[in-house]
Design a protein around this ligand. Structure first.
Ligand code: XBP
Ligand code: MG
Length: 255
């Protein structure tokens, strides 16, 4: 029986990367007097590295080798702290919006008694602020578990973040459905045996989603329908709780 929904954040709850995180990283670089600037294409490549601080550290290794090795970690940390300050301010100003159907499905699922959880590589403060800024007052209490970068140091595609979420909810993988946007996120949830629904975005649409229960463009929000891409059939125009229960039965192999 479907008991819980586990949502990724970046790219899934909200399309945060291109016009959110990427802009915040660049503002932090400017503040530090660095001439680094991650354009849309380069950031798409850097997204292969999960975790903002790890992403900066990787960039230093590949593009700023002049930084003395014993100063690199401290620099990456300092830049990431500043980047997070910029990103939080962007959320506060409404620069980060939820993807189509997310607010609707979260509210409907909560009302239907489904347990909700978050499993993300991003910084916890980013999650709390996004929920506070984009969902109804009190919605933070809808989530039984919010597992973020601080709780699962092994980043996606490692399954740790999903394993921590399952343990906190005391649920089995097949009692849940995961929502992801990227191949790394799908691999993370799949490695934890959680059946996964993928909603793609501009950065991830060409990635390999083999093993996903279903791949769609987004969850759909009337009058705009969800766009089916691959996997289990989409019965109606939008993804609702009835559709999730049907997909979950399919994943469980029950009629
Ligand atoms: C996506 C990530 C994060 C964000 C940046 O997380 O890999 O690192 O890109 O956020 P997910 P931070 O898709 O798992 O939500 O700078 O806070 O890491
Ligand atoms: Mg994601």
């Amino acid at each position: 029986m479907l008991r819980a929904l586990i949502f990724d954040v970046d790219g899934t709850l909200a399309d945060t990367e291109r016009d959110g995180h990427r802009v915040a990283f660049n503002r932090a670089f400017v503040d530090a007097g660095l001439d680094w600037c991650w354009d849309v294409a380069r950031y798409g490549q850097l997204l292969r590295i999960a975790g903002g601080r790890e992403r900066i550290a990787h960039f230093i290794e590949t593009d700023a080798a002049h930084v003395p090795p014993d100063e690199r970690d401290a620099l990456a940390l300092r830049l990431h702290v500043r980047k997070t300050q910029h990103y939080l301010r962007m959320i506060d100003t409404g620069a980060v919006a939820l993807r189509p159907g997310v607010a609707r499905l979260l509210a409907e699922s909560h009302s239907a008694g489904l347990i909700l959880a978050i499993a993300t590589t991003t910084t916890r403060a980013n999650v709390d602020r996004l929920i506070a800024r984009t969902l109804p007052a009190g919605a933070a209490a809808w989530f039984s578990a919010i597992v973020a970068a601080e709780d699962a140091p092994a980043k996606k595609p490692d399954p740790q973040v999903y394993e921590v979420a399952l343990a906190r909810m005391q649920l089995l993988p097949h009692e849940c459905l995961a929502f992801e946007d990227s191949a790394a996120g799908l691999r993370s949830a799949s490695a934890a045996d959680v059946p996964t629904i993928v909603t793609v975005n501009d950065y991830t649409r060409d990635q390999d989603f083999s093993g996903a229960l279903v791949v769609i463009g987004d969850l759909g929000d009337p009058p705009a329908p969800a766009r089916w891409i691959a996997g289990a059939a989409l019965a109606d125009a939008v993804v609702d709780v009835a559709q999730l229960r049907a997909w979950h039965r399919l994943a469980a192999g029950s009629p």
